[in-house]
Design a protein around this ligand. Structure first.
Ligand code: PRP
Ligand code: ZN
Length: 302
């Protein structure tokens, strides 16, 4: 009997990264039929099993090899690694985890913030103060690097209420839109860490697992490239061709196509590696281009 090799991937079971993680897998051709509260799901059309876990647990799943890969916020990964490095007695060493690639979603920053009206000059204003955070590992390293001695109070959530309750003078928490800080009368002072979702891997997959992993990573890269690229088609007078091609954003080898019924102009088709904005289109038009079409790209494979 031969058992089929399956890749095991850990993703967040609910929360702000869940939808984007599922959407990315779907764009890679991996369909998941998951009922609510189900913690494990076998994909039908690609040999991958998905484990839905708390995002805090994803680094351990990957570090211990329960899953070969995971999708997790870099903030969570770095925090776990910082804590493991600081806690010499800890037997789970997260330093074996390899970061494969950033995924472009789940962008946020870990920032220090103080109550409005706090006389804040620079980080030295926090010397001797108390800072509440769920990220004591990252914060401890940051304060050490800045040579600031402050007391850290660990909270698992609702960090933003700490200054109001006099539990702390300042906080260090995730900021996305900034709405939570504003609502709680807090001002962001320093960015400690900029984060986004990353794909992580265990360092010791079997060769068969590595093959599957390579295939999946290639698909993910294709999806990410397609998301940031556009297909552009336009007509160009022959005598303006060079100038117009030079104005195409991030495109190296455009295709030139003759146009039926005219010798004075041609069509240009090109993949642009960057977004094509209205001002680029206006620029092309002012150089003589007409019939400009910009299309989304669904998938890419070189
Ligand atoms: C994070 C963070 C802030 C909020 C920031 O909490 O702790 O509370 O998001 O986002 P904003 O700048 O867009 O307001 P999250 O919703 O992840 O929940 P948690 O605090 O319970 O972990
Ligand atoms: Zn929060």
């Amino acid at each position: 009997m031969t058992t089929e090799t399956r890749l095991k991937i850990a993703i967040q079971k609910s929360g702000r990264l869940y939808d984007d993680s599922i959407a990315l897998l779907k764009q890679c051709g991996i369909k998941l039929v998951r009922s609510k509260d189900q913690l494990f799901c076998k994909a039908g059309n690609f040999p991958v099993d998905v484990y839905f876990v708390r995002d805090d647990d994803i680094p351990a799943f990957v570090s211990e090899g329960v899953c070969q890969i995971g999708i997790v916020g870099e903030n969570v990964l770095i925090e776990k690694q910082a804590r493991a490095a600081q806690n010499k007695a800890s037997d789970s060493d997260m330093s074996n985890i390899e970061k494969l690639l950033p995924l472009g979603f789940g962008k946020c920053r870990l920032s220090l913030a103080v109550p409005n009206g706090f006389d804040y000059k620079d980080i030295s204003s926090l010397a001797g103060k108390t800072i509440a955070t769920s990220y004591k590992g990252i914060l401890r390293d940051y304060l050490k690097e800045k040579n600031i001695k402050a007391k850290i109070v660990t909270m698992e959530g609702a960090v933003e209420i700490a200054p109001r309750t006099k539990l702390a003078d300042a906080i260090c928490d995730l900021v996305s839109t900034g709405a939570t800080l504003a609502t709680n009368g807090l001002t962001e002072t320093d960015i400690v860490f900029e984060s986004q979702c990353v794909l992580i891997q265990n360092p010791d997959p079997t060769p068969a697992e590595q093959d599957l992993l390579n295939r999946l990573v290639m698909r993910i890269k294709g999806v990410l490239r397609a998301q940031s690229s556009k297909y552009i088609m336009l007509h160009s007078p022959l005598d303006k061709l060079e100038e117009i091609i030079a104005a195409l954003p991030g495109s190296e080898t455009p295709t030139i196509v003759p146009l039926e019924g005219t010798k004075d102009s041609v069509a240009i088709h090109a993949v642009c590696d960057e977004s094509v904005f209205w001002d680029t289109m206006e620029d092309l038009k002012s150089k003589g281009a007409t019939d400009i079409l910009v299309l989304p790209i669904e998938k890419m494979l070189d």
